[in-house]
Write a protein that binds this ligand. Sequence first.
Ligand SMILES: C[S@@+](CC[C@H](N)C(=O)[O-])C[C@H]1O[C@@H](n2cnc3c(N)ncnc32)[C@H](O)[C@@H]1O
Length: 207
Amino acid sequence: MGLFKKFVSQTRKPEGLMGKMMVNGMNGGHAKMADWGMSHLHSIAPLEIVELGCGGGRNAGELMRRYPAASVTAIDYSDVSVGKAKEYNKEMIAAGRCAVRQGDVSALDLPAEKFDLATAFETIYFWPGLEKCFSNVANVLKPGAKFLIVNEADGIDEASLKYEKIIDGMKCHTIEEITSALKNAGFSKVASDHHGSKPWITVVATK
Ligand SMILES: C[S@@+](CC[C@H](N)C(=O)[O-])C[C@H]1O[C@@H](n2cnc3c(N)ncnc32)[C@H](O)[C@@H]1O
């Protein structure tokens, strides 16, 4: 495997030294897009948030900053991501507001109907069987709770198509594909937005 392919493939499941470098980079590199995505959450006051595919944990930290009454459970299947997310959020973990756990969204092991908000930044590209994973997310949300999805690739931009070819198992979904999978997974209402000048997309679904 070429070095470039090996490095960018670390976005799927960060591992080893290269994975650590990738996770550090993602914390800074995704912040602006993640904040744009979070700005689509209106009039909510979540107490329990689950941050799925949390990577290095920066977005879990930002959610706790924006929602001071909330606790965040951050989940990722990569031990490198879990390690970095724990380190990044160590003060909040000590304060009892954050838990970081290793787990796979395709076999989510969390209590049913516990969360007021689920978030997924730059991660659903790698979830196997989108509809099944979305239905796992629906299962852990309370009725009326929100699921926020934020991607920097809209499924048709040049970069999406390029990285899909390089990274095994990556699929850049369009807003239409995401919306359809969410509805089939049992979400009642789905709203979406496409950034005006970038291929960034945000989808907010209501259980
Ligand atoms: C591109 S990174 C994004 C990390 C972070 N959300 C961010 O925006 O910086 C994708 C993350 O999703 C995680 N991931 C991918 N598939 C997953 C799954 N099925 N279950 C849990 N985590 C997953 C990867 O391990 C990786 O940390």
